[in-house]
Design a protein around this ligand. Structure first.
Ligand code: NDP
Length: 454
């Protein structure tokens, strides 16, 4: 399998893909190791994963460099990602004891009722490339804390990072028969679906997620899906500072070249401030420097996958054909590598794919609305339900809109943000189940109910 640098189109290295036989052997190894791992005290597992976080910090520069070389994100954003993973591990390890220990629910003289959180066994984590440290951490860290063994399949586009994770997690003290990495493309994921895992945790596109859900169903084991989004923002007409809101929301749309599941994907602006807002927004986007991801000051760099350039371009062309106006960008950058100019469209509507299908690139459509009601209706007009945000000076006004939106996360005066303390969950085509928070710690367990009559 060739690993390509998307910023230069050069081959970085070649890796040997796992075969059906090697995956089967890894699975057998994990089955053997899991029980012993669960038998060690939780405090020890916490300590090992904290050590893993320390190793991530210690190797920050090297890890960020490897990540940037294979996914193309600006180097500073790669550093931010590794630091972000450490922050998540901190919360998960500090709260593991609280949410994974046995819970006595009632203690009567003749009857004690308690819940014991038992691990599932060996779980399979099929992961995405856009934030391999973050989306990986969401799954394998709580899974290991809860006493499971893990087969981690990074995307083929973040395989080098997957191998670094494996190296450091083992250096931290997770045994070889408790954590294994599956190297390969979609076919490797397909083989994993055929093996008898005790749970499947997938991060990726709706299309693959739906396929996996169907494929795993007959096994009758837990299957969680963290999928894509078409995340809307509404800018109300009472915002205090249009310039700073425009800058913050442009960052929400273009950070990581727009390749975040919770990137702002469409913006609705109250008609009273529409023209001031887009003026400031475009001014901000024009300051973004496009270039090689390891160049100082670069904010827009290469997309990770070449086919995504065509998806973004097709959305732009579809929108223009239906009457949209390009305020900046609108085409592939004329240079080697998978670059697309940051693109802002207005005069957009919901007949255009840019307002309905995930762009997953540096592209945003901005639409004028007459009031909060119209904004809420349009925000809900989607198959997805990951996040939604409202910028307004009034919290009650924002919360009134957010309460109407069928999405797992609501933002007031912020966007494109994840917290380890809160559940990360999608609705509709954005997924099933939750990671992070107490829900995400317990997502890798079977709660067993004990009725203990003394
Ligand atoms: P894909 O669905 O293409 O791939 C995800 C993973 O599934 C990869 O490891 C991939 O392998 C693997 N895979 C592909 N085909 C199969 C198959 N038939 N059976 C089993 N596994 C398979 O998604 P992307 O990697 O392109 O990720 C981008 C998507 O992920 C976006 O839609 C984004 O919004 C979403 N996402 C959602 C997040 C959330 O928290 N809700 C977070 C991050 C991303 P390979 O890549 O090697 O082909």
């Amino acid at each position: 399998m060739k690993i390509i640098n998307p910023a230069t189109e050069e081959i970085i290295t070649e890796l040997k893909e796992d075969s059906k036989e090697s995956l089967s052997k890894k699975m057998t190894l994990l089955k053997q190791g899991q029980k012993k791992w669960h038998s060690i005290p939780l405090a020890e597992r916490v300590h090992i994963l904290q050590k893993f976080s320390e190793l991530l910090k210690k190797n920050l520069e090297e890890l960020a460099g490897i990540l940037t070389s294979e996914v193309g994100k600006p180097l500073q954003q790669a550093r931010n990602e590794v630091n972000g993973a450490c922050a998540r591990i901190k919360w998960l390890t500090e709260n593991a004891e609280r949410y994974l220990s046995d819970e006595v629910m009632s203690n009567q003289p003749d009857m004690q009722e308690k819940i014991v959180y038992e691990p599932l066994g060996v779980v399979c984590n099929i992961s995405a490339w856009n934030y391999p440290f973050l989306v990986g951490t969401n799954v394998f860290v709580p899974a290991l804390l809860a006493g499971n063994a893990v087969m981690y399949k990074p995307s083929e586009f973040s395989s080098l990072t997957g191998l670094e994770i494996e190296k450091l997690i083992k250096e931290a003290g997770v045994p070889d028969d408790v954590f294994q990495v599956a190297i390969g493309a979609g076919a490797t994921g397909q083989t994993l679906l055929e093996l008898p895992f005790d749970g499947y945790y997938f991060t990726g596109s709706y299309k693959t997620g739906q396929y996996i859900y169907e494929k795993v169903a007959p096994k009758m084991v837990p299957c969680q899906l963290e999928l894509g989004g078409k995340d809307p923002l509404y800018i109300a007409d009472d915002i205090a500072d249009i310039k700073s809101v425009a800058a913050a929301t442009a960052d929400g749309a273009f950070y990581n070249n727009g390749q975040s599941c919770c990137s702002v994907e469409r913006i609705y602006v109250h008609e009273n401030i529409f023209y001031q807002y887009i003026e400031e927004f475009v001014k901000e986007v024009k300051t973004y420097m496009l270039g090689l991801p390891n160049e100082e000051g670069v904010y827009i760099s290469a997309l990770t996958r070449e086919p995504q350039l065509h998806i973004v371009d097709a959305q732009v062309k579809d929108a223009i054909a239906k009457g949209a106006k390009v305020l900046t960008g609108g085409k592939r950058a004329q240079r080697k590598g998978y670059y697309y100019e940051p693109t802002v469209l207005i005069n957009v509507n919901h007949n255009m794919s840019v307002m309905r299908e995930e762009s997953f690139g540096p592209l945003i459509g901005i639409m004028k609305v007459k009031d909060d009601k119209e904004a809420a209706e349009l925000m809900n007009d989607t198959e997805y339900g990951l996040t939604a945000g409202v910028y307004s000076s009034a919290q009650h006004r924002a919360e009134k809109v957010l309460a109407q939106i069928n999405a797992g996360t609501g933002y007031w005066n912020c966007c494109d943000r994840v917290s380890a303390a809160l559940p990360w969950s999608g609705r509709k085509h954005s997924g099933i189940g939750a990671t992070l928070s107490h829900a995400g710690l317990r997502a890798f367990t079977h709660p067993k109910a004990y009725h203990l009559k003394g």
